[in-house]
Design a protein around this ligand. Structure first.
Ligand SMILES: NC(=O)c1ccc[n+]([C@@H]2O[C@H](COP(=O)([O-])OP(=O)(O)OC[C@H]3O[C@@H](n4cnc5c(N)ncnc54)[C@H](O)[C@@H]3O)[C@@H](O)[C@H]2O)c1
Length: 282
């Protein structure tokens, strides 16, 4: 079944009076999407582990007249994400948009650091998303309306050396979201799904990472990602694209026109049996 056959039958998830739940909502892309959906007349429930930031954001948005609620929620714990969605239902009576966005970088040496590095990144970047889908999807199916957006990255469509847990989890988010989309299509579900693959966006993402990494490629990788994020596009641009994609029922949200060719070339090399090419720092 094609989009054009299904979309007209789907009630809009972005509409005045509707409700969005956003993880990683105290900062960066999550906060920008919250502001965009508030501008659409929606209520938002923001979840984050950063309690002071969450408090400040709630105070500011409330003062500006927004309909907003917040919850300290660690997305690595499924019961906390279930409680978040329950809280949204208590506060606002529905969940129309679930934005599974909380994520971390996870700088380190994937092969010699303690295995906890992997667990930390997989728990947030992969299981956090899985928990959000499992919490929201049954409610959306029951409501007969909803849209799930999962934040992956262009790192989910390509690979660079030195940050394997991040790349692995972002690839996983692309794959699981594509599976979800196809399942929803096959079932004729009223629920939509999109995957967000940003290039560099100016946020606090890298500020939480260690200053120096004790691995052969660590300093090069850190420099590449820090510079990229510092000079990235504004999060508000990403938010506008996310809002438009939900409205259009568009699956792929690739925020950077100039980064689209990389994954195409990667798959062309794969199809031709050519080994991966190092293209970082060039
Ligand atoms: N900034 C970029 O260039 C970029 C590029 C591609 C993808 N992304 C992805 O975008 C998403 C948002 O990142 P951002 O750039 O806005 O960074 P950010 O650090 O500004 O925001 C992320 C938020 O997630 C919160 N968070 C972290 N772990 C959490 C957890 N376990 N439970 C709940 N909240 C948690 C943080 O406290 C923070 O407020 C991430 O998934 C990131 O991987 C960012």
């Amino acid at each position: 079944m094609s989009d054009s056959q299904l979309e007209p039958t789907r009630p809009p998830a972005v509409a005045p009076g509707n409700v969005a739940v956003i993880t990683g909502g105290a900062s960066g892309i999550g906060l920008a999407v919250a502001e965009a959906l508030i501008a659409e007349g929606m209520s938002v429930v923001l979840a984050d582990i950063d309690a002071p930031k969450l408090r400040d954001v709630e105070a500011r948005l409330t003062e500006d007249g927004a309909s907003v609620a917040t919850m300290i929620c660690n997305t690595t714990a499924e019961p906390e994400v279930n409680a978040l969605v329950e809280y949204a239902l208590e506060q606002f009576g529905a969940v129309h948009v679930m934005f599974n966005n909380a994520g971390i970088g996870g700088f380190g040496d994937a092969w010699t650091d303690p295995i906890e590095l992997w667990h930390r990144v997989v728990d947030v970047n992969l299981y956090g998303v899985v928990h959000g889908i499992r919490a929201a999807l049954p409610i959306m199916q029951q409501q007969g309306v909803g849209h799930i957006v999962n934040t992956a990255s262009m790192a989910g469509l390509g690979v660079a050396p030195g940050l394997a847990p991040y790349f692995a989890t972002k690839h996983a988010v692309v794959g699981l979201t594509e599976s979800l989309f196809l399942e929803l299509e096959a079932l004729g579900s009223p629920v939509g799904a999109s995957v967000l693959c940003p290039g560099f966006v100016k946020t606090d993402l890298m500020n939480k990472e260690p200053d120096s990494i004790d691995s052969p490629l660590g300093p090069i990788i850190a420099e590449f990602f820090r510079t990229g994020v510092e000079t990235g596009i504004p999060a508000s641009d990403v938010a506008d694209q996310v809002t438009a994609a939900i409205k259009a029922g568009q699956f792929w949200i690739l925020t950077h026109e100039d980064m689209r060719q990389g994954p195409v070339e990667r798959m062309q090399r794969a199809a031709a049996g050519i080994n991966p090419t190092l293209n970082i720092g060039s």
